[in-house]
Design a protein around this ligand. Structure first.
Ligand SMILES: [Ca+2]
Ligand SMILES: [Ca+2]
Length: 355
C-alpha cells in the first residue's frame, strides 16, 4: 500500500498547489495585507554560486563570469559596485599599479521589475606588482645587522642566537648569513606562535653539499620525534630528490610536503610553504610548484621547542642536517599568502638573486 501512496503524492501536492493558486486568484478583489517575505526566502530571487578570491599582477586582463540563477526566468539585471566593468554577468578589469593590494568587487543580480529580489556576490582581487601589499609578518629575519652573534627579528620578538660565527655576506637584499655546514647554526629560545594559517618564506643558496646532504633552512620542533614545522632541502644521499620539504605539525606522512622542483648548488632560490585549512601549497621562485590537499585541516599549532636556523634539532633528538650555504630574508606569516603575494616577494629580490 505504501508504493501507490508515494507514487501519487507529487500529483496530490501539485493539485494542492493549483488549488491554492485558484483560491488566491479568486480573492483578487479583496484587500489583502500581508507582510513582504524577506528577499532571501523568495523563491523568485536569484542566487549566485560562491566565487573564490582572484589574484592578479598589474597589467593582467581579468575576466570573470559570475551568472546567478534565474529561478522564474524573469530576466536579471546585473550591477557592479567596485572596480572594472560589467557586461551582463561578465566582469572585466585591467588593474594598474594604483590598484596594488586588496580590492573588493561586489556584483548584484536583481530580478527585472523586482529590484528587492536580489543577490549579491562579493570577492576580493589581490593585485600584486611593485607595491603589492603583503600582510605584516609575525617574524622577519633580514640578516642585515652586519655584525654580531644575533640574527635580529624585525618584529623584535624572536631574535636568533648565532653559534660558530657564521659569515656575514651579501644576500638578495642587504646582508645574508653564510653557514659552513659544520659548527655554525642559529637557535632561538623563542618559538613560533600557534597559527591557523601559515606562510614560511626564505631565500637560500647551497655552496656545496654536506656528507648527509640534507640541509635545513629553518625549523621549529615540538621536542619529540616528528610533528615539526620546517623548510628543509632534501638530498639523494638521504634517499630523496634534492627537493624542498615543507612540514606541517601533522604525523608523517600527512605532515610531509615535497616540491617537484629540484635544486642546484651555487644558485639563489626563493621557496615558500603555505598552509591554510586542508590545503598546502609550495612555491619555488614565485611559481606554484605543488598543491597538497588533505581530508582534514593541517596543524600549525601545538607544543613548541626552539627555532633552528641552518640545522635541524628536536631537543634531545638531534639529527643536525646542517646547511652549507647562505640564507636570506626569512619571513613567517600567520596568513596564507596568495600566489600573487608570493610572486611579489619573488619579484622584489629576483634581480639581486641573479634572475
Ligand atoms: Ca638580507
Ligand atoms: Ca618533533
Amino acid at each position: 500500500m505504501t508504493y501507490p501512496f508515494l507514487s501519487y503524492s507529487p500529483l496530490a501536492l501539485a493539485g494542492a498547489a493549483s488549488l491554492g493558486l485558484l483560491l488566491a486568484c479568486s480573492g483578487l478583489g479583496d484587500p489583502v495585507i500581508e507582510p513582504d517575505p524577506p528577499p532571501a526566502a523568495n523563491p523568485s530571487a536569484p542566487v549566485f554560486s560562491a566565487h573564490d578570491d582572484v589574484t592578479a599582477e598589474t597589467g593582467d586582463s581579468l575576466a570573470v563570469t559570475v551568472a546567478a540563477t534565474d529561478p522564474k526566468g524573469l530576466g536579471l539585471v546585473y550591477t557592479l559596485d567596485g572596480p572594472g566593468a560589467l557586461d551582463g554577468s561578465k566582469w572585466t578589469w585591467a588593474p594598474d599599479s594604483a590598484a596594488a593590494g586588496s580590492n573588493t568587487v561586489r556584483i548584484i543580480a536583481a530580478v527585472k521589475g523586482h529590484p528587492e529580489w536580489a543577490d549579491t556576490l562579493t570577492f576580493d582581487v589581490i593585485v600584486a606588482g611593485a607595491a603589492a601589499a603583503l600582510p605584516p609578518p609575525v617574524a622577519y629575519w633580514s640578516f642585515d645587522e652586519g655584525s654580531g652573534a644575533t640574527a635580529r627579528d624585525a618584529l623584535g620578538r624572536r631574535p636568533i642566537a648565532l653559534y660558530g660565527n657564521p659569515a656575514r655576506v651579501n644576500g638578495v637584499s642587504g646582508g645574508a648569513l653564510r653557514f659552513n655546514g659544520n659548527d655554525q647554526y642559529g637557535e632561538s629560545v623563542h618559538a613560533f606562535p600557534d597559527m591557523t594559517e601559515q606562510t614560511l618564506s626564505a631565500w637560500f643558496y647551497l655552496d656545496t653539499l654536506t656528507s648527509t646532504g640534507t640541509a635545513t633552512i629553518i625549523q621549529e620542533s615540538d621536542g619529540t620525534g616528528g610533528h615539526d614545522n620546517e623548510l628543509t632541502i632534501n638530498s639523494p644521499e638521504s634517499g630523496y630528490a634534492r627537493n624542498l620539504m615543507y612540514r606541517t605539525r601533522d604525523p608523517d606522512p600527512k605532515g610531509l610536503h615535497f616540491s617537484k622542483t629540484t635544486f642546484e648548488v651555487r644558485k639563489w632560490y626563493h621557496v615558500a610553504g603555505v598552509a591554510r585549512g586542508d590545503t598546502v601549497r609550495l612555491y619555488v621562485n614565485g611559481t606554484l610548484d605543488v598543491t597538497d590537499v588533505a581530508a582534514t585541516p593541517y596543524n600549525l599549532a601545538g607544543y613548541h621547542f626552539r627555532i633552528q636556523l641552518a640545522r635541524w634539532s628536536d631537543g634531545g633528538f638531534v639529527r643536525e642536517r646542517k646547511l652549507k650555504g647562505r640564507i636570506d630574508e626569512v619571513k613567517l606569516f600567520d596568513k596564507a599568502l596568495t600566489a600573487a603575494q608570493v610572486r611579489a616577494e619573488w619579484n622584489r629580490h629576483k634581480t639581486a638573486a641573479g634572475y
